[in-house]
Design a binder for this molecule. Structure first.
Ligand code: BG6
Length: 254
């Protein structure tokens, strides 16, 4: 029974790699829409992936979200004691405290026995105040690390769910809806062809920065996120996809 299960997952991983032209896919069993522990399993798989990619000095940029919170929960210290600095990937994206990139970043560092840097720049500032804050040397240095980390670990959200969860203005909400956005990552909303419909204005990593990077890990599962994951994969970023059976079964369906 167990062997059959493992083979089934490997088959799903191979199908996804082929269909979406990915170099690495991990599928954990179950559907995180149905069972909360599946998110933790994705978290565990992600932690393994992070550790496989650690080098001498590491800067790991992380986004917010409940999935990344599960990754943080499963984090453990590096057995080889390598240097890890966790930073948020982007500025405030309107999440509640426990799901904010800053919080997740601190939690991951604590569990990994690593270090972290937090970004304290409010997004709703006048242009002048904003410009002078980001010119502060320690903030400038952090922003540079956020844009060129050695690894990025991020979630993918359903567009409408994310627009609702953030305090999205009516104007932006309409834009997201009219543009038929289905997926969201790093504050970018995509339609099913992968076209960028809207982008949340904030500092930190941009999609063009990610396109240049080799260690990008996307963690997202649940059958309800299949469309969102598909839209994100249209970006053709060289990402590792960590997902679950629920999403994987939908993704290979035509
Ligand atoms: C947010 C990220 O914090 O989490 C988004 O900014 C991401 O880019 C989202 O899509 C995913 O959230 P969850 O809870 O579905 O893992």
């Amino acid at each position: 029974e167990m062997m059959k299960d493992v083979l089934g997952l490997t088959l799903l991983e191979n199908k996804l790699m082929e269909r979406f032209n990915l170099t690495k896919v991990i599928v954990v069993s179950g559907d995180s829409d149905q069972s909360p522990w599946v998110k933790k399993e994705m978290g565990r798989a992600c932690v393994t992936c992070i550790k496989e990619r650690l080098n001498g000095k590491n800067i790991v940029a992380v986004t917010g979200g409940t999935t990344l919170a599960a990754v943080a929960e499963m984090m453990t210290p590096d057995s080889k004691n390598r240097d890890i600095l966790f930073v948020p990937a982007r500025g405030g994206l309107g999440e509640t405290v426990e799901n904010q990139a800053n919080t997740i970043c601190a939690k991951m560092a604590e569990r990994a026995s690593g270090n972290y840097r937090l970004l304290h720049v409010p997004d709703q500032l006048s242009k002048d105040a904003y410009q002078s804050i980001i010119a502060e040397p320690h903030i400038k240095e952090l922003l540079e690390m956020m844009r060129s980390p050695s690894m990025v670990v991020h979630g993918i959200g359903d567009a409408k769910t994310m627009a609702e969860r953030r305090r999205t203005s009516e104007q932006d909400f309409n834009k997201i809806e009219k543009g038929n956005a289905v997926g969201e990552a790093f504050g970018y909303y995509f339609d099913q062809e992968g076209k960028i419909i809207h982008k949340v204005q904030t500092v930190g990593i941009q999609i063009d920065d990610i396109a240049e990077m080799s260690n990008v890990m996307a963690v997202a599962g649940g059958a309800s996120k299949a469309k969102a994951i598909k839209a994100y994969l249209k970006q053709s970023l060289d990402s590792v996809l960590i997902t679950d059976e629920g999403a994987a079964n939908e993704l290979i369906r035509d």
